[in-house]
Design a protein around this ligand. Structure first.
Ligand SMILES: [Zn+2]
Length: 151
């Protein structure tokens, strides 16, 4: 696998350790080198990837793919194993192979689980905020109506 991206920030220092991350796209795998002196997870998110682990991830998935799979699993029975085996075969036919067996399923599954959890959490926070604002508007709207009738 050829390294085609590199981090704009620290590329290596005395306090950090070099981290090689396999970044999974629909049609290719890119290797990315990061220094772990700053959060690798945040560096990966900034580049459009979601890591398989918060500390020292070895694999990250393109956010577009995670969004696609998240939507797919809403409309079809969730099957991470089938998705990963298909993806691994598809990438393998294009000469992209991960070095360890079954590693995609476990690490992709972890990235998928935490991505979906964060998306659900975000949706819940936004919905709660909107509900609170609607309640405030309704309460203040009623107050305005009452004040207009009084005056
Ligand atoms: Zn560093």
């Amino acid at each position: 696998m050829v390294q085609v991206r590199s981090r704009r920030g620290c590329t290596g220092c005395a306090t950090g350790r070099q981290l090689n991350v396999a970044c999974i796209f629909f049609e290719r795998i890119e290797m990315l080198s990061l220094c772990n002196c700053t959060s690798p997870a945040l560096q990966l998110l900034e580049l459009g990837f979601f890591p398989c682990a918060p500390v020292n991830p070895s694999l990250a998935v393109d956010l577009n793919m995670l969004e696609f799979v998240n939507e797919l699993f809403v409309n079809a029975a969730p099957n991470t194993t089938a998705w990963c085996e298909t993806l691994e075969a598809f990438l393998g036919n294009r000469r992209y192979k991960l070095t360890t067996r079954n590693s995609l399923r476990r690490r992709f599954g972890s990235a998928m689980q935490w991505y979906a959890t964060l998306i659900d959490k975000k949706t819940l926070l936004v919905n709660n905020y909107l509900d609170n604002m609607r309640t405030l508007i309704n309460v203040s709207g009623i107050s305005c109506l009452l004040l207009n009738k009084v005056s």
